[in-house]
Design a protein around this ligand. Structure first.
Ligand code: AOF
Ligand code: ZN
Length: 333
């Protein structure tokens, strides 16, 4: 199961809206096949593992390990549970049940009804962690939320309301890596107007996240970087719902805004969101206690003395990484 998790992680950032899944096939105490789910629309982990085996006649006497319950439904691909029954595996070992309402125990039942020995709940906690985004999405009906900001030693984000380069090239690399791992990235109107960010993963060769812009009065001009053709953009606003190439406008009430936003992101199958600011937007999420992780990049040598105050945050970090005069602090609920 540990190997299944290791395999699954290779696709981090590439499977949205699907989960990360790894699978290993064991015959006579030896691994004879391995596979993982690489991308939505492509074969599931079990199928890739089955196809990797060079001696298919051994499959019916083998055990298949999979980090998530084999699926029981026709999505973009046919059900894996049926394939496992058809082949006639001796035993199936499952990490954790699939929370997807169309699966959730049904895959396991198909296997058991066919007389296959099934063990589930192996490294269950680790398998939940592997898919913390996917599980949170299905359990809470909202994306997994990561708040991120950079601040000076004295707790400011920008100086004189101008974007300030707080991080160094090493932290920038980490930030772009994080962007490529999450499904979407969100900013408010002020950040889009003042910083004109592209919100892509230029520093690494990673996948670009979907861009989410909160812009009630549609103030951000269409020639700004957030609308360039490097990725898709969703604009939450109070006037229109329409769709054009690469840009989707979604009309949303200002009242109970965060609640409405979460419901619309769920509808649009956005599994995780990295909230990158600015301070007003970040503070709204913190005030509503609506977050799963916080990442703070702190420059210990820089004092700005004035500018935009960073949000107050007083929890203890679960991890700290150091990059010369910069520290990255990680917090988790
Ligand atoms: C598995 N193995 O490797 C994955 C599973 O549209 P589809 O056909 O790709 O189905 C997507 C759903 O299948 C997804 O929401 C999740 O419930 C399950 N993912 N299941 O047995 C896999 N990726
Ligand atoms: Zn499947």
């Amino acid at each position: 199961m540990k190997r299944c998790i290791e395999l699954a992680q290779k696709a981090l950032g590439n499977t949205y809206p699907n989960p990360l899944v790894g699978s290993v096939i064991v015959y006579d105490g030896k691994i004879i096949g391995e596979g993982y789910h690489k991308k939505a629309g492509e074969p599931h982990a079990e199928i890739n593992a089955i196809n990797s085996v060079e001696t298919p006649e051994q499959l019916k006497d083998s055990t298949i390990y999979v980090s998530l319950e084999p699926c029981s439904h026709y999505g973009k691909t046919p059900p894996c549970a049926n394939k496992i029954v058809e082949i006639g595996f001796k035993k199936v070992v499952i990490g954790i049940l699939d929370p997807h309402e169309k699966v959730n125990g049904k895959g396991k039942k198909i296997l058991e009804d066919a007389g296959i020995e099934v063990v589930s709940g192996v490294l269950e906690q680790e398998c939940w962690e592997l898919n913390k985004r996917f599980f949170t999405f299905h359990e809470k009906k909202r994306p997994y939320l990561i708040l991120k900001w950079a601040e000076s030693a004295d707790g400011f984000m920008d100086k004189d309301f101008k974007p300030y380069q707080i991080g160094n090239p090493l932290t920038k690399h980490v930030v772009h890596q994080t962007r490529s791992e999450e499904h979407a990235i969100l900013v408010g109107t002020n950040t889009a107007l003042h910083d004109n960010p592209t919100l892509t993963t230029r520093a690494i060769a990673g996948r670009n996240p979907v861009r989410i812009l909160i812009d009630f009065d549609l103030k951000v001009p269409r020639n700004f970087n957030i609308f360039n053709d490097e990725s898709r953009t969703m604009v939450f606003n109070s006037t229109k719902s329409s769709e054009e190439e690469n840009v989707k406008f979604i009309k949303t009430n200002k009242e109970n805004f965060l609640e409405n936003l979460m419901a619309k992101l769920y509808e649009n199958q956005i599994i995780s969101v990295l909230v990158e600011g600015g301070s007003y937007t970040l503070q709204q999420f913190l005030d509503a206690d609506l977050w799963d992780e916080v990442i703070i990049i702190k420059n210990e040598n820089l004092n700005l003395e004035e500018g935009t105050r960073s949000p107050e945050f007083n929890l203890n970090p679960i991890d700290i990484q150091e990059f010369r005069d910069n520290k990255i602090l990680y917090f988790k609920k």
